[in-house]
Write a protein that binds this ligand. Sequence first.
Ligand code: SF4
Ligand code: SF4
Length: 450
Amino acid sequence: MPAGELEAVINKIAAAGVVGAGGGGFPTALKLKTSPPIQTVIINGAECEPLLKVDQELMARHPTELLATLATLVRATGAQTGVIALKEKYREAHAALAGEINNYPGLKLHLLPDVYPVGDEHLLTSSVTGRTIPPGGLPLQAGAVVLNVETLYNIHRALAGQPVTHKYVTVTGAVRQPLTLAVPLGTPVGELLALAGGPLADEYVLIAGGPCMGKVTSINAPVTKTTKGILVLPPDHPLAASYQRDLNRELRLALQVCCQCQQCTDFCPRHLLGHPLEPHRVMRAVTYGLADITLPRALLCSECGLCDLYACPFNLSPRQVNRKIKAELQQKGFRPGPWQATTPSPFREGRQVPTQSLISRLGLKEYYARPVTFREGNITVNQVSLPLKQSAGAAPEPVVKPDDWVTAGELLARIRGDTPGANLHASISGIIVAVNGNITIQGGVNHGDH
Ligand code: SF4
Ligand code: SF4
């Protein structure tokens, strides 16, 4: 490894405000600042949330940038290999990467089956390296670091001195023209709907993210560094209803109908990997108010949603119960584990859920079949509102004030020293009109006009 290369790479990534673009928004520079040696850099191109197309498009359109950046990371970290893991069915992306990968000794492609949730870090690391991350642990404990495809693309830009200013998003579901495009950070969701030709009906529910792990959002919510998709659903769609469940009602219902059939546990991907997570036991304990020793194991739940969206015959939601327990334990500062690593279940392969089956179960066949256009070029947005906190860790401190003029790419807020978090940059040029929990920029004004 060239002396100081890793430090230089990490500094550029931190300066550019790169965070995980595919999940919780963990600051990428921190992820690479690790003491245990990294053996494998895994690029997660599984994009296993049905309906999302961001990573597939980036892999198909930017193979050179992605592979060259991965090669740089492998060299800088001293890893033995870099692997891009993608579903075999992503034919365009696979062909684009396969056409160039021979130029990069040490890099490999790893093809994944079309099942959900194959992109979960624990499942992916196990599939690529053959090593199991201990329950509650990190990929590093299996010698790996996992980065999302769009994160890698942002690292490519960061190494060229370009900060994170835009986000690729798929807008899909009940819209006139489903599409994938890059928009400035802080763009309101309502603008995305307009770009997708508008919703198909006056009433709708908006989900930010994919159908399985998304969150209800609104037309005024801004696109952030972790917004991967906007799904529009009719309000009477069963999936829309499942996003609006009330936990107390759920628990009353569970008390009446949970028959302890264990289907939720039988299909739980973390349980099948050998983790001591048994959602049926959590359901029993919570509904009957029992102090069960397995409750803290809710912390092992990835919230993939397979238990409530697919497995439970009564549509009960062990995921929601796990989420509640996790929040309570985290609030109490509960230190989990360590849990014993166990061997994967012999039934694991047979219980993997094909995406097509999941799509049918979710009532999304109609939307899944529709083509999704990729829109090239820049999108003009007149006003953006960028939340200060768009990543795990602390919010950065603003370095601008109202009435300041900023140009796209300029620093808006800086993270202090080694505090976990990420810098934030202007996504459009314009005048700062508000600095509070968000920084709002009004574009469409000439610099000399104010
Ligand atoms: S699948 Fe549903 S009914 Fe069966 S144990 Fe789990 S929560 Fe209860
Ligand atoms: S959401 Fe359900 S299926 Fe997914 S990890 Fe949690 S308990 Fe298991």
